[in-house]
Design a protein around this ligand. Structure first.
Ligand code: UD1
Length: 365
């Protein structure tokens, strides 16, 4: 169709795939858009990447830039160089980036420098902690994007405070929740990835601030060991965490703890199955804080802050850092039936990607 718009969607790392899946579906349903998917290859192995394409039913990327792991500067710069080459060869009326990983800022910056409009999905989230690499990626991406799609009201407030004009901001809700609702029934039908006790705590930890330094990682392992005295712990290991546990000689401590079960990184459906069955989640992931709130499962955030405040003010999330007393108090409350009751935030209803596509139609036509 001659007047259709070429939309390039970018995915790079594990948390991007859940956000991209409903966006591609929504664009593919509309004749006025031709959507092309670029995978930067920031995450590249089956466990961190390809399995998510299969689980989420995402069509194979049109292009894989094959960037791989490296320092922040090298990874970001390499994505930019390869994405620039891609844009030399393919027309683009808009580039859509999601989340806050290095590929997000790299592709947004590349597109803007070429005069291509950029849409950022999951805009406006702020932890106000610039030591987090993702916070820098969020601020920079939002400052250059033409359309900013927010998941919760605080997103819009943060953008306005940074001087972003209101006409660029669209509150559409949470595309990650679209994916969750799309797959929840399917996840109930699959076998869990391991034998599960009746009640268990599900743990994920991978932030550099928790795992990179030996002292921080020791605190985390000590907290998990204490929690496991109250409730068995199931802990799928992110590759960064696995490598750091080995480096700091802490892996055998966890492996030998009687009530801690270590697992490899899981695919989307297997992890969702665990989220559906678990009693409480302990995590430093942003997306899992949101998924916990969407599922009504109590969540303890193992960070000092969150960029997703609606999960605390309206949802099931409690921000505890690595504070053993706080964490144990929440676990005890949950076990004794006093866990935080949340509600589902506005527009976390499974239709965020549809609203995104409608907004894109009004932007272009
Ligand atoms: C990246 C994102 C982070 C996101 C996380 C989810 C940035 C700045 N960080 O952090 O926001 O929450 O992804 O996973 O973009 N590795 C593999 N296989 C892969 C990819 C990585 O084994 O497919 C290993 C490599 O040893 C790599 C390490 O994991 O060095 C860390 O990966 P990297 O992408 O550098 O950072 P993440 O911690 O995953």
């Amino acid at each position: 169709m001659s007047d259709s718009k070429e939309i390039v969607l970018v995915s790079g790392a594990r948390p991007n795939f859940m956000k991209i899946a409903p966006l591609i579906r929504a664009l593919d349903r509309r004749d006025r858009f031709h959507a092309r998917l670029v995978h930067t290859g920031q995450h590249y192995d089956d466990r961190m990447s390809h399995r998510f394409f299969r689980d989420l039913g995402i069509r194979p990327p049109d292009t894989d830039l094959g960037v791989g792991s490296a320092s922040h500067a090298v990874q970001t710069g390499t994505v930019m160089i390869h994405f620039d080459d891609f844009l030399d060869q393919h027309a683009a009326d808009m580039v859509v980036v999601v989340g806050d990983v290095n590929s997000t800022i790299a592709c947004a910056l590349t597109a803007v420098k070429r005069g291509i409009p950029v849409a950022h999905v999951e805009a406006g989230l702020r932890s106000f902690d610039r030591a987090m690499p993702e916070e820098v990626n969020r601020i920079l991406t939002d400052s250059i994007a033409d359309l900013l799609f927010t998941t919760e009201p605080d997103g819009g407030k943060n953008l306005t405070a940074e001087g972003i004009p209101a006409e660029r901001i669209r509150f559409i809700g949470n595309v990650m929740v679209d994916t969750l609702l799309h797959h929840v029934e399917e996840a109930k039908t699959i076998d869990p990835p391991c034998d599960l006790p009746e009640r268990f705590a599900l743990v994920t930890v991978h932030r550099p601030s928790n795992v990179d330094a030996a002292g921080d990682l020791e605190e985390i392992t000590a907290v998990l060991s204490t929690v496991s005295e109250k409730i068995p712990v199931v802990f799928p290991l992110h590759p960064r965490t696995e490598a750091k546990l080995e480096e700091h000689a802490l892996r055998s401590f966890l492996e030998n703890a009687p009530s801690i079960r270590l697992l490899p990184p899981l695919g989307y459906l297997a992890f969702l199955r665990l989220m559906l069955d678990t009693t409480v989640i302990l995590t430093d992931s942003g997306g899992i804080q949101e998924e916990s709130t969407a599922l009504g499962v109590p969540c303890i955030t193992l960070r000092e802050n969150t960029e997703r405040p609606i999960t605390v003010s309206g949802g099931t999330n409690e921000v505890c850092g690595r504070d053993r007393e706080k964490i144990l108090a929440v676990v005890t409350d949950v076990l004794e039936g006093r866990g935080k009751q949340g509600r589902i935030p506005d527009l976390w209803d499974g239709a965020a990607a549809e609203r995104f596509a409608e907004e894109l139609e009004s932007f272009f036509f």
